[in-house]
Design a protein around this ligand. Structure first.
Ligand code: NAD
Length: 370
């Protein structure tokens, strides 16, 4: 049996509590002989700063480079509000993304039937929803130069951000989207603004070319990003995979997420380039939420986003689709049984803490695996 190297980086605040629940699931897989995970743990964020004076050490970075997958909790909190900018907790996550070359951000929006009434959209629109948003993460307007605020001769200030995309940047993210679609509903929507942006024109041209040469078997539709935003609240179930740039992806993935209820439910994955020899991608999996200092250390955090992030690692880094499905089913089962952490609490349901929710998911998983 292949041994998979897993690096756990709990970080700060509730990251520590939610990663502990992932560890219990990893233990179960190891003990039941389902898989062999060699797990290592290290510090990141404020916890790393307190011990080492940096947001992540070179030694932890080396472990991340060698790991088959990194599972990240969360970083930050008021305790580190005044630390120097270069070593602030978030710098740890940014270095991981940069040094591992994580250019593809995968954000699923899944609506568990038991939570359909917690969505801001009507039940019939979101029940059974399963969308994957693929956001380009390392290019576009957040990084393009020039990026500055200049004071003009007349004293007025002028701010500039620059949106840049190259053919190869678009090609590699399009391929990730087509590969994913093949494992799902076989449909990709590519969202851009070719009507008003030159980068949109190139985006559409390159995605069309990649589709033709690489994935003619997948259905491709082009959609203007503003229309995509509208369709996500009008009829979200029409989508399977949406591929888009960094800025539009930032907005559209948050919008899609809200269809599913709470921050505590949202997993994500960030993938790098495939190794030409092994085909393996560098990968980091993390909940979308932060360190939630307001509830940290109180057994109040919802661990589902972090557990579901591990589920994505099973699917995308370890080729353990059956186990990932089982874990999703365990989460759905526990929710259907009426267990809720505070963030997703509804009338008539049973309120539980982090460890109880994690324990219930583990028990359900054991039943499904038996
Ligand atoms: P947050 O996501 O930490 O919390 C926002 C709200 O949602 C809070 O009320 C919190 O209690 C609640 N919440 C979040 N996750 C929850 C969960 N799993 N279960 C139950 N409730 C949950 O965002 P914030 O308050 O803006 O930021 C807090 C700290 O986290 C800041 O230092 C911020 O910089 C950092 N942050 C880190 C990341 C990351 O590590 N990727 C992401 C966002 C924010």
């Amino acid at each position: 049996m292949t041994t998979y190297n897993l690096l756990l980086l709990p970080g700060d605040g509730i990251g520590v509590e939610t990663i502990a629940e992932v560890e219990r699931i990893v233990d179960f897989f190891n003990k039941s002989g389902t898989a062999k995970f060699a797990t290592d743990t290290d510090l990141v964020g404020g916890a790393a700063y307190d011990k080492h004076g940096v947001a992540i050490t070179d030694a932890a970075m080396a472990k991340a480079q060698n790991a088959d997958a990194v599972i990240f909790g969360a970083v930050g909190g008021p305790k580190w509000a005044d630390v120097p900018y270069a070593v602030r907790p978030e710098a740890g996550l940014l270095r991981l993304r940069k040094d591992l070359g994580l250019f593809a951000n995968l954000r699923p929006a899944i609506c568990y039937p038991a939570l359909a009434d917690a969505s801001s959209l009507k039940r019939e629109l979101v029940e059974g929803l399963d969308i994957m948003i693929v956001r380009e993460l390392t290019g576009g307007v957040y990084f393009g130069e020039p990026k500055e605020i200049v004071t003009q001769e007349n004293g007025e200030k002028r701010a500039i951000d620059t949106q840049i995309y190259t053919t190869s940047e678009i090609e590699r993210i399009a391929k990730v989207a087509f590969d994913l679609a093949r494992k799902r509903g076989n449909k990709v929507h590519s969202a851009e603004k070719h009507n008003v942006m030159r980068t949109g024109v190139l985006w559409k041209e390159v995605v069309t070319a990649v589709h033709k040469s690489y994935a003619p078997d997948v259905k491709l539709e082009h959609i203007l990003a503003d229309n995509c935003a509208m369709q996500l609240v009008r009829n979200p179930k029409q989508f399977d995979v949406i591929v888009t740039d960094n800025l539009f992806g930032d907005v559209l993935s948050d919008e899609a997420a809200m269809a599913t209820g709470s921050l505590g439910m949202l997993p994500s994955a960030s993938l790098g380039a495939a190794d030409p020899k092994t085909g393996k991608r560098k990968a980091l999996y993390e909940p979308v939420h932060g360190s939630a200092p307001d509830i940290a250390g109180k057994n109040l955090a919802n661990p589902i986003a972090t557990i579901a992030s591990f589920g994505m690692a099973l699917r995308y880094s370890f080729d353990m689709g059956a186990e990932a499905d089982m874990l999703d089913k365990a989460i759905a089962g526990v929710l259907a049984a009426g267990l809720r952490t505070g963030d997703i609490m509804q009338p008539g349901m049973t309120k539980v803490g982090t460890a109880e929710m994690g324990g219930a998911i583990l028990d359900e998983l054991k039943k499904l695996a038996a």
